[in-house]
Design a protein around this ligand. Structure first.
Ligand SMILES: NC(=O)c1ccc[n+]([C@@H]2O[C@H](COP(=O)([O-])OP(=O)(O)OC[C@H]3O[C@@H](n4cnc5c(N)ncnc54)[C@H](O)[C@@H]3O)[C@@H](O)[C@H]2O)c1
Length: 390
């Protein structure tokens, strides 16, 4: 029996697997095709998940499959063009696009506008909003367990737009999606660093003011290498919450010191994939069917993008940036082009360069995956082996 919603996945890479793990758990959705310009990538994906068809372009898939839902699982700089193209597909009702939503406010707003103009529901995959730790933290905050929240302390690595987006978005989720009023940021970039083909900073930090007294402080790629995108400390007038996706600890007048808050974890409750991507999809279906706005809607995510972009913009002009922000481009790239971030080491490098699948030894990749190696590790190994042979 055919299912109610047909989905296609655009980008047969690592996060494409997480989307599939979610769809597998949702009864109403059938994944009918995958899109990837690299033939072996889409063939492996089709074989792994028993997906009947694959296409090299989104245009062909939209025409031939008439999907209801499109998963956008490509690198950051493709999020906006692919989302805008998918939104124009006559059959499309919902899109789940990966984080970071977009690199620059012009791109983020174009995505929201294209989806609204076509009556398409846009979700950004900040899937951690569905984790038991974050959901329970939000509930405790709403109940006043730590009084009025005055500070969130966030520490991330591997790029602000990469991990920072989850962290900022998560702290906003738990504190009720407040609107930021102003942002003060500092940025360093003395090496020619990229992440998934996007120029990024060596390190940065930012103070984000929401008012009346709520502030977030975020530091990225500074001293804490054991940090995590999903872990942060919330300080309230009456206590503290230490939040992770699958563990939550509370400290207040009645907790008897730090105490673990029961989360009732189930198999598949994890930061990426499994139950979280499934729950994200179910809430999209409810939204498509007339339910409330999705907790991870494009409108909410664009506010997270604006905070990150304002951190760069603040460093670019050495001043506090009041939101909404006027700059629509990527302020970090503008700073680079303006010569404000002189390099000490010229050689370009990409901290996710190992994901580039062009010209890899696909047989070796397939063998490593069959041996049980995860996509990231298999790609890393193939690249290292190919480099060693040169
Ligand atoms: N939500 C999360 O927790 C999370 C975790 C990891 C990655 N991500 C995000 O997912 C996105 C993808 O990252 P990844 O690690 O899966 O990358 P990846 O390199 O593993 O996969 C990307 C795939 O897209 C394909 N592709 C390239 N251009 C395409 C096009 N025009 N149409 C269709 N496919 C195309 C590539 O061939 C590749 O197979 C990134 O933006 C990343 O930030 C999110």
């Amino acid at each position: 029996m055919s299912k109610k919603y047909k989905a296609i996945i655009v980008g047969a890479g690592s996060i494409g697997n997480a989307h599939m793990e979610g769809y597998k758990r949702v009864d109403e959705v059938d994944v009918v095709a995958v899109v990837d310009p690299i033939a072996p990538a889409r063939q492996t994906y089709m074989d792994d998940y028993g997906i009947p068809r694959g296409y090299a372009t989104l245009a062909e898939a939209l025409e031939k499959e008439e999907p209801d839902i499109v998963s956008v699982c490509v690198w950051h700089l493709l999020h906006d063009p692919v989302t805008v193209e998918a939104a124009a597909g006559p059959s499309v009702k919902g899109i789940i696009c990966e984080k970071p939503m977009a690199i620059g406010m012009g791109r983020a707003d174009r995505m929201v506008e294209a989806c609204e103009a076509n009556d398409v529901k846009l979700v950004i995959s900040h899937q951690r909003r569905f984790t038991p730790g974050w959901e329970k933290a939000k509930e405790l905050v709403e109940q006043g367990a730590i009084g009025e929240v005055i500070r969130a302390d966030l520490r991330v690595r591997d790029g602000l737009a990469n991990w920072g987006t989850h962290s900022i978005d998560g702290a906003r989720f738990i504190t009720g999606d407040p609107k930021a009023e102003w942002v003060l940021g500092a940025v360093t970039r003395a090496t020619n660093k990229y992440e998934r083909a996007t120029p990024i900073e060596d390190s940065c930090m930012g103070l984000i003011h929401f008012g009346p007294s709520l502030q977030f402080f975020i530091q990225s790629d500074l001293w804490d290498r054991n940090c995590d995108a999903g872990k942060f400390l919330l300080r309230g007038t009456e206590g503290l919450l230490h939040v992770t996706e699958t563990r939550l600890r509370l400290f207040n007048a009645s907790s008897g010191g730090w105490s673990d808050v029961p989360l009732g974890l189930q198999e598949g409750d994890q930061a990426i994939g499994g139950n979280m991507n499934a729950a994200q999809t179910r809430e999209l279906i409810q939204w498509i069917e007339g339910g409330p706005e999705h907790r991870g809607s494009g409108r909410k995510a664009r506010d997270t993008v604006e905070i990150m972009m304002a951190m760069y913009e603040s460093a670019r002009h050495n001043k506090v940036i009041n939101l909404p922000m006027a700059e629509k481009e990527y302020p970090l790239e503008l700073m680079i082009n303006e010569g404000k971030l002189p390099l000490e080491v010229d050689e370009m490098y990409d901290i996710r360069g190992f994901l580039n699948r062009d010209g890899i030894d696909e047989n070796r990749y397939r063998q490593l995956r069959q041996d049980g190696m995860a996509h990231h590790q298999a790609m890393r190994t193939v690249h290292e082996e190919m480099a060693a042979k040169k």
